[in-house]
Write a protein that binds this ligand. Structure first.
Ligand code: KIV
Length: 266
């Protein structure tokens, strides 16, 4: 199967086929995701929370994102890899934005980048697409704005904020974004945005009407146990499975069962 392209995303929207996406941060899981036939992998700055054990995503650095994106790209034969621009890698200037986004394609093998925001970064989105760096914009709950938003809260619930998000969606499309991520917004609003835009919408906590869906891998496989957002679904519990296996290993060492003859050399 050839590598999924931006054109495949647009074609899927046109043909009303759902786009499947998930996050990944390392080689073994990116390989599993790729084998599962997922269309796109976002190497999200959520790595800060689900891998690095941080409280939020703000501390993740550009070099860390490059490291993770590079090893995910190595594993992804078919899935499109999208690198997530971390906090302060683009807010400082359009020039910084282009330099850092370019690193995802040049050093880390990504096909595209994701940027949080729309209207406030319209110039950045325009400059990225002019530089041949495909960009996914991200509106609604944008975790890098946690302090301004006062926590991880559903956005667009009032008439006024819904109107603003609809406008922002159009700004992202007009500025040249190839797709738009909608996080934690009412499903009716996500439906309206999806119907009005010609670029695909990818939802996370935005209901079933988006052109595609994304979730954080560690929520899906039960490896992040601090909390499970209402919009996430746990399909298995790898933490329990790993705990069971590692406890069994410990007990076998303590009882002298492991290693047995089978694991020993004569
Ligand atoms: O950082 C992240 O994992 C995200 C998801 C919404 C894809 O931004």
């Amino acid at each position: 199967m050839p590598k999924i392209t931006i054109q495949d995303f647009l074609k899927k929207k046109a043909e009303k086929q759902k786009i499947t996406m998930i996050t990944a941060y390392d080689y073994p899981f990116a390989k599993i995701v790729d084998e599962a036939g997922i269309d796109g992998i976002i190497v999200g700055d959520s790595v800060g929370m689900v891998v690095q054990g941080l409280e939020n995503t703000l501390h993740v650095t550009m070099d860390e994102m490059i490291y993770h994106t590079k090893i995910v790209s190595r594993a992804a034969q078919n899935a499109m890899v999208i690198g997530d621009l971390p906090f302060m890698s683009y807010q400082t200037s359009i020039e910084d934005c282009i330099k850092n986004a370019g690193r995802f394609l040049k050093e880390a093998g990504a096909t595209a980048v994701k940027i949080e925001g729309s209207a406030e970064v319209a110039g950045h989105i325009r400059a990225l697409s002019k530089s041949d760096i495909p960009v996914m914009a991200h509106i609604g709950l944008t975790p890098q704005s946690i302090h301004r938003m006062g926590g991880y809260k559903v956005q667009g619930k009032t008439e006024e904020s819904a109107k603003r998000l609809l406008e922002e969606a159009h700004v992202a499309e007009d500025a040249g974004a190839f797709s738009l991520l909608l996080e934690a917004i009412p499903m009716g609003l996500a439906k309206k945005i999806t119907e009005e835009l010609s670029i695909p919408t990818i939802g996370i906590g935005a209901g079933p009407h988006c052109d595609g869906q994304v979730l954080v891998l560690h929520d899906v496989i039960g490896l992040f146990d601090r909390f499970l957002p209402k919009f996430a679904k746990r399909y298995t519990n790898l933490k329990d499975e790993a705990l069971r296996a590692i406890k069994a290993y410990r007990e076998e060492i303590e009882k002298g069962i492991f290693p047995s003859d089978e694991q020993s050399f004569k």
